[in-house]
Write a protein that binds this ligand. Structure first.
Ligand SMILES: Nc1ncnc2c1ncn2[C@@H]1O[C@H](COP(=O)(O)OP(=O)(O)OP(=O)(O)O)[C@@H](O)[C@H]1O
Ligand SMILES: Cc1ncsc1CCO
Ligand SMILES: [Mg+2]
Length: 279
């Protein structure tokens, strides 16, 4: 009986994930990305392969004209400098004002007090989802910088679950932690998305890209950001699993992951998406 219930839960996540992906392919929503220089290419290609329409528009002069046309906004502070922050705040603030979802990636937030303060100010603008690795979510939740390895994590994703719950409660955002298991919480519920391969950590900006995919899935269904976030993690992880079967290392996985995301079909998603409850 327990097995049957667990199986039904797994199948229902497979169906959700497929519904998000197929809707994304049909609707091709415009996603505005204000992101770091390292991630721009792989992020735009990830969004295109999944079916969305990315635009890396970051000048503060363009936000009043452009942001109203978008379905969601992604903000990533990976190569933050003081001149970029006003545009990030303007885009996030306008998205919020227009009732559009926006997603924050606090890349390397533990690297400096400048970056931490910027992220805390952005969180005041109520992101729909915050996605980081274990160390980023712990630093944000504690609002303090400690030891850091820059964009990489010093922690397992499971080390950050309590921090994520507390950040979700204090911010009102869905909080998502990437790692060997990707966790998603609204402060009460916690689910873990199990798809993925360790080699994905060796592709720079794979985390940035999955955050952009979360922004795209949330654009499809802004009222169910928890479900959209877990589904995006699974679909990206599944593309990594299939891509890995064809790859020799990080460079070919980067290519095969994008190809696999483009080619993912219904049967594979229904069969292989694995999301379980941890609450
Ligand atoms: N050990 C692992 N096993 C399976 N998948 C993993 C593992 N570690 C990371 N991933 C996957 O790799 C992707 C990137 O996660 P990671 O935690 O490395 O993000 P990140 O540190 O923010 O990356 P970046 O800063 O390079 O963008 C996610 O989709 C995650 O699920
Ligand atoms: C390597 C790196 N440095 C700043 S951002 C970034 C990409 C992964 O977040
Ligand atoms: Mg990393």
């Amino acid at each position: 009986m327990a097995d049957q219930k667990q199986q039904e839960v797994i199948n229902s996540w497979g169906l959700k994930s497929w519904t998000y992906l197929s809707s994304l392919r049909q609707q091709s929503p415009l996603i505005q990305c204000i992101t770091n220089f390292v991630s721009m290419d792989i992020m735009a290609n990830t969004l295109l392969a999944a079916g969305a329409s990315p635009a890396m528009v970051h000048s503060i002069l363009e936000i009043p004209d452009f942001t109203p046309h978008t379905k969601s906004v992604l903000i990533n502070v990976g190569t933050l400098t003081p001149d970029w922050l006003p545009a990030m705040k303007a885009a996030a603030g306008l998205a919020k004002q227009l009732g559009k979802p926006w997603v924050l990636d606090p890349a390397a937030v533990g690297a400096s007090s400048f970056r931490l303060k910027a992220c805390l100010e952005l969180i005041e603008l109520k992101p729909t989802v915050i996605r980081g690795n274990g160390s980023e979510i712990i630093a944000l939740s504690m609002a303090s910088i400690g030891s850091t390895k820059g964009a990489d994590s010093l922690h397992e994703s499971s080390d950050a679950i309590e921090s994520a719950k507390s950040l979700a409660k204090s911010s009102g955002s869905i909080v998502a932690i990437s790692g060997s298991v990707d966790f998603v919480t609204d402060g009460e519920r916690v689910v873990g998305a199990h798809n993925g391969v360790p080699m994905m950590q060796k592709i720079t900006a794979s985390g940035c890209s999955v955050t952009a995919l979360i922004a795209a899935f949330v654009a499809i269904d802004p009222t169910h950001a928890f479900e959209a976030t877990a589904s995006a993690f699974s679909v990206f992880g599944l593309a990594g699993e299939i891509g890995m079967e064809l790859s020799l290392g990080p460079a070919s996985l980067r290519m095969h992951l994008i190809d696999s995301l483009h080619r993912l079909d219904q049967d594979t998603v229904l069969d292989r998406v694995t999301i379980t409850s941890f609450s």
